[in-house]
Design a protein around this ligand. Structure first.
Ligand code: XBP
Ligand code: MG
Length: 257
């Protein structure tokens, strides 16, 4: 019978609502600083989120949405241009974190603490750049929180980003885990696809950009993980009498009863 040995957390959208007031704003600040007349509105950003990874997202925008892209492409080395723009964006993102613009989502800290107290191993699997992911953990969880995770798998550490399964394969292999004994916490269809392809079970907490996605492979879909004084809403899956997500609900889910 599967036994919960490890929880693997996505970062963006799962640990914190980073996209709308974090990454999107940081991209726009970087564009302005670089003298570009680009602006990613909330609506456009929703479309661009179909591509995971900041560098990949900039390239996608250039190829599909940017009016003067041909001119730009002939004037610069595109890979360097994107890398520099993305580095600038990372600086702005870290500033936004420092300014306290990005709080953790409900239940995240409680669940991680409970996992630690009960000997459940923890890991991170994110598409974001390692710099961004670590700054986010330090700022919004606790300064020593990167040490809570046995593996922080982030960004270009694997060749292909979500929805490819690479990042989840990487975590499972580095920790010598049996995929049956792990549970992934995600917020997006790309993340669920990546985890599922790696043989992992997922729980989803939706957000404004992902609430209409299908999540057919997720065990459970919630509006958020909930807290004792702030119950979750279950959108898909059987939660019994639970009103917030904890290790005992995770155990029940793992065994399908
Ligand atoms: C998150 C992302 C990230 C951020 C930007 O996906 O797609 O690209 O939007 O981060 P997930 P970087 O939550 O599935 O990991 O700019 O650092 O790439
Ligand atoms: Mg995410």
């Amino acid at each position: 019978m599967p036994q919960l040995h490890a929880l693997i957390f996505d970062v963006d959208g799962t640990i914190a609502e980073t996209e709308e007031t974090g990454h999107r704003v940081a991209f726009n600040r970087a564009f302005a600083q670089a003298g570009l007349d680009w602006h990613w509105s909330s609506e456009l950003y929703g479309q661009l989120l179909s591509v995971s990874g900041g560098k990949e997202r900039i390239r996608f925008y250039l190829n599909h949405f940017c009016p003067n892209s041909e001119e730009l492409k002939s004037a610069v080395d595109l890979t360097d241009f994107i890398a520099n723009l993305h580095a600038l964006k990372t600086t702005y993102f870290k500033q936004l974190l420092q300014d306290g613009q990005i709080p953790p989502r409900p239940g995240i800290l409680r669940l991680m603490r409970e996992a630690q107290a009960t000997g459940i191993r923890l890991a991170i699997a994110t598409t974001s750049a390692p710099d961004n992911a670590i700054a986010l953990l330090e700022t919004i969880l606790a300064p020593d929180s990167p040490n809570w995770f046995e593996v922080i798998a982030a960004g270009d550490i694997v060749p292909q980003k979500k929805p490819a399964p690479d990042i989840y394969h990487y975590v499972v292999q580095s920790m010598a885990l049996n995929p049956d004994d792990c549970l992934v916490i995600e917020d997006s269809q790309q993340g669920v696809e990546a985890a599922t392809q790696a043989g992992l079970k997922t729980v989803v907490t939706i957000n404004r950009y992902t609430r209409d996605q299908r999540f057919s492979d997720a065990l459970l879909v919630l509006d958020h993980l909930g807290e004792p004084d702030s119950p979750f809403r279950a959108i898909k899956g059987d939660v019994g009498n639970a009103t917030y997500f904890d290790i005992s609900l995770a155990d029940v889910l793992m065994n399908g009863h």
